[in-house]
Ligand binder design. Structure first.
Ligand code: C2E
Ligand code: MG
Ligand code: MG
Ligand code: MG
Length: 287
């Protein structure tokens, strides 16, 4: 009997696995097609000054609306694109759309998420420079967000790329800080302008004194290293109060605004004074 129920269970597993891999296959096929058919569009979520709540910039987040499959989340299609090699094309599209958006958003920076696979492509820095020139966007207005996994793969090459981007005048943020394994040594060695504190930390801030102590220390340490800090995923007034108390520089989250299409963002921005991006850390101009 145990044998039989064991077998039944493994049939259930096999079916579930089958369904998961069919879905993966479907999504990868659809990606290829969707890229050709313009199904991808950036949405934008404001980042605001923690004290004044005035907008400083936006983060660009890719959205995919498939005619049959409906909306598919980046959590699903970004890894799929990474697996099947389409991340480079998708990433180039994001950079292109982001630079076009910069021109519609005077005084604001636009931050684009970059996959480690993209950043490690030999031609990446040149392609970024090309898009900037082609769209005549000032490099200081384009920010890139990378995650910790980048530094673990091939730290030497990653460091070279980040320096080249900095030379070009871009700002680079370390995304999802606190979820990976980055050590303090990495933070000192890598030329990040900004540290984005992951929302899992933000979430625990109001409940656990130790989480609060950790984030407080992170913010102070970032200050010592000359980095700005952004709290991700701030949803409540209580979270905002704690974030302010520990003097985090910027806030992003549903409490302020959700990601939205460019047109909606422009409505949202109307009537809000724009103080401009904070590039006080290093502001080089491209030749
Ligand atoms: P991320 O870069 O950490 O982006 C922040 C995510 O948190 C976004 O999810 C955003 O919609 C969500 N978020 C913002 N505020 C709140 C909040 O208050 N509460 C909650 N619960 N969530 C909030 P999204 O858009 O689903 O993107 C997920 C991830 O997919 C991003 O995480 C990023 O790593 C990746 N991604 C999105 N667009 C791109 C892209 O164009 N290229 C690459 N390589 N990755 C992308
Ligand atoms: Mg991000
Ligand atoms: Mg993040
Ligand atoms: Mg994230």
């Amino acid at each position: 009997d145990a044998k039989r129920s064991g077998r039944a269970r493994s049939v259930v597993y096999a079916n579930a696995l089958g369904a998961a891999s069919r879905r993966m296959h479907t999504v990868e096929q659809a990606l290829r097609e969707g890229l050709g058919q313009g199904q991808f569009e950036l949405h934008f979520q404001p980042k605001v000054d923690a004290r004044t709540l005035l907008p400083l910039g936006v983060e660009a987040l890719m959205r995919w609306e498939h005619p049959q499959l409906g909306s598919i989340s980046p959590g699903e299609f970004i890894p799929a694109a990474e697996r099947c090699g389409l991340i480079h094309e998708l990433g180039a599209l994001a950079l292109q759309q982001a630079c076009l958006a910069v021109r519609q958003l005077p005084g604001l920076s636009v931050a684009v998420n970059v996959s480690p696979l993209q950043l490690m492509e030999p031609g990446f820095v040149a392609s970024v420079e090309h898009v900037l020139v082609q769209t005549s966007v000032a490099p200081s207005l384009l920010h890139l967000e990378v995650t910790e996994s980048l530094m673990l793969e091939d730290a030497q090459s990653a460091l070279k790329r980040l320096h080249a981007l900095r030379e070009l005048g871009l700002q680079v943020a370390l995304d999802d800080f606190g979820t990976g394994f980055s050590s303090l040594a990495y933070l000192r060695a890598f030329p990040f302008h900004t540290l984005k504190i992951d929302r899992s930390f933000v979430r625990s801030l109001t409940e656990h004194a130790d989480a609060r102590a950790i984030v407080n220390t992170i913010v102070q340490m970032a200050g010592v290293l000359g980095m700005r800090t952004v709290a991700e995923g701030v949803e409540t007034d209580r979270e905002l109060a704690v974030i302010r108390a520990i003097r985090c520089d910027e806030v992003q989250g549903y409490l302020v605004a959700r990601p939205m299409p460019l047109g909606k963002l422009q409505d949202w921005l109307a009537g809000r004074p724009i103080t401009g991006p904070q590039d006080d850390v290093d502001s080089r101009i491209m030749p």
